[in-house]
Design a protein around this ligand. Sequence first.
Ligand SMILES: [Zn+2]
Length: 319
Amino acid sequence: MKIVDFHCDALSKLWEDSKLSFEQSTELDVTLQSMNKGKVGLQVFAIFLSEQYGRASFERVMAQIDIFRSRLIHTGHLEWLKWSNQVEDVRNGEKRWGLISLEGMDGLEGNLHYVRLCYELGVRFMGLTWNHANWAADGVMEKRGGGLTNQGRSAIQLCNELGILLDVSHLSVAGFWELAELTTKPLIASHSNVFEVCPHPRNLNDEQIRAIIAMDGRIGLTFVPWFIKRDTHPVKPEDLLPHIERICTLGGAEHLMFGSDFDGIDEWVEGLENPGRYQAFTEMLLKYYPEQLVRGWMSGNALDFLGEHLPEQPDKQKI
Ligand SMILES: [Zn+2]
């Protein structure tokens, strides 16, 4: 069964260590080999600027876009998904595709020209923050729990105009509600679970889940063990079932998808350590749910959303 995964941090690891091979590497979860094994038809690659390397800058954003372009696309490993008219090829073809997202606007340095440039360079989703506060908004771990800044509001309006979709994973609860009020496009939570099932601040509460469903947005359940189950280890793939069930109960069976956070974690769900495990995970889900639903979660819901909300490819003359 074809898989779409809405979040991984492989680009950040490839940036940290230029000797890593995307084709095959024991230090990467997401490789061409593991994508092929797990039948991942589309992987979203986040640009994540780790705080351990100092100030977030646009230079570092561009470096990761260049790694995606030169080492994943120009090598012929992946096709680059940027436009709505490509989505049917992702759905029906055999190729592997990649799409770029930005995990937090820190590296845009408060500069709206950089938002535009990111769009031109193929970035199609943006989260406002990682866990902490930045020029655009407060992240979910920022104690004061503030919402959006004025600059953040301008960035959101620009993203809506350009066709960059907004990702609420990592955003503060106050920021979430201000963004939900302001955005003209449905929101994505690319890698978050259900707070009601596992009360971690990175997870979404029922009101947030209902709001995303009401605007026909999408929620990518994630494989971060401590967002799935508290205190008890190891965490098993079956431990995701209560999260799935809760989202379905809230009316989100057609809004559910997966965003693994592979390469962003150093502890894994037992039996779900890399994209190569996706087919076994699918088999497990098929024991509990009908095939039509599982197909939706593994790829259909995500692709329907992308077909509707990715920008239309402009005429060649205009480029
Ligand atoms: Zn993250």
